[in-house]
Ligand binder design. Structure first.
Ligand code: SAM
Ligand code: SF4
Length: 329
């Protein structure tokens, strides 16, 4: 089927990142504003039924992949049933989840049974103290158990996302790279994006670059072997250490430019479509959902939103005054 979701710059938009909550059990220093997040009334958050309706309409227009995110998606009540319905009722090719991993030890098996095939886990350090100072939670052990549980139930691929934090986790880079040797996990290092809503340096650090990360790995392990891109890699450039089971990737939203290939649209937990992560434009789909029961009108709404996708990101992302927990990472 020819996709109907093609923007004014010729990009086919087939990847929908849906935030189901802006609540989170962690307080990562680079994600949540210093003063905390304003409480959102329950009625302002999209109901699962409403998200399913948008996802079905989007799928009929050509959306192929949905990633569930947040806040922390696994803290929202009813998430297992929701994912099961998302998989079985929409017919989407690919449903994925991004999580901080803290609940996976208990939920991995149920998520697998609900039909989820793959998972991204965010983890920035393998040291307990450092983990606590980044997230505000003493839960490194639980996250590591969550990764084990994900391997046990057969999620494939399992991607571990590491945000690069200058002066904080450079020394974890070789240990993360080593993880890929004997575990079938892909570790992806991501430059930290300096959204304006967060705690300014020095309490919330700058990024170090994807390039420097590769240098750290090569000086510890020798030359990295480039891996041909697969369609699951998104904007990551992938490598492999000799004989490793998993891969290593770098994503450079700060130093690199991948707007020209962007295939994404976001839906915030409050029901706003965000055509570009790094642009403050948001379109209120919640009011539309709650006033128009007509799915053909919803189709036109989504098509119009895709046409509003900017050609490239806002040049001054420090001015974007919300964090990823609100936008949906
Ligand atoms: N709570 C879940 C988690 O942590 O995986 C899902 C939501 S979180 C907002 C999604 C991803 O965004 C995480 O991998 C997190 O590390 C990343 N993230 C948050 N703020 C970021 C920033 N300023 N720069 C780069 N990545 C960021
Ligand atoms: Fe929560 Fe994820 Fe943001 Fe950390 S990165 S505060 S776990 S939403």
């Amino acid at each position: 089927m020819q996709s109907k979701l093609i923007d004014l710059h010729g990009r086919t938009i087939d990847y929908f990142r849906i935030s189901i909550t802006d609540l989170c059990n962690f307080r990562c220093i680079y994600c949540r504003p210093a003063e905390g997040v304003p409480l959102v009334s329950h009625s302002d958050i999209l109901r699962y039924e409403e998200i399913l309706r948008i996802a079905k309409v989007a799928k009929n227009l050509g959306m192929r992949k949905v990633r569930i995110t947040g806040g922390e998606p696994l803290v929202r009540r009813g998430v297992l049933d929701f994912i099961s319905r998302l998989v079985s009722e929409t017919g989407l090719e690919d449903v994925a989840l991004t999580t901080n991993g803290s609940k996976l030890q208990d939920m991995a098996l149920s998520l697998r049974k609900a039909g989820l095939k793959r998972v991204n886990i965010s983890l920035d350090t393998l040291r307990r103290d450092c983990f606590r100072s980044i997230t505000g939670a003493d839960e490194l052990y639980r996250v590591l158990k969550g990764i084990e549980a994900s391997l046990d139930v057969g999620f494939d691929p399992i991607k571990i996302n590491v945000v690069l934090l200058k002066g904080i986790n450079e020394r974890d880079v070789p240990d993360f790279a080593r993880l890929t040797i004997d575990k079938p996990v892909d570790v992806r290092f991501i430059e930290r994006m300096p959204f304006g809503a967060e705690i300014p340096p020095p309490n919330s650090p700058d990024s170090f670059s994807a390039k420097d990360t590769l240098k750290i790995i090569e000086s510890a392990f020798g030359k990295l072997n480039p891996v041909e891109r697969s369609k699951l890699d998104g904007p990551a450039t992938m490598f492999k250490l000799d004989g490793a089971l998993g891969q290593i990737g770098v994503i450079d939203p700060v130093s690199g430019h991948f707007c020209g290939k962007c295939n994404r649209m976001r839906l915030t937990a409050k029901g706003f479509l965000r055509p570009c992560l790094l642009n403050p434009l948001e379109i209120d789909v919640r009011t539309f959902l709650r006033t128009s029961p007509d799915d053909s009108q919803m189709e036109s709404f989504l098509e119009a939103a895709v046409l509003m996708k900017p050609a490239s990101r806002f040049s001054n992302i420090e001015k974007i005054d919300v964090g990823m927990n609100t936008i949906g990472g």
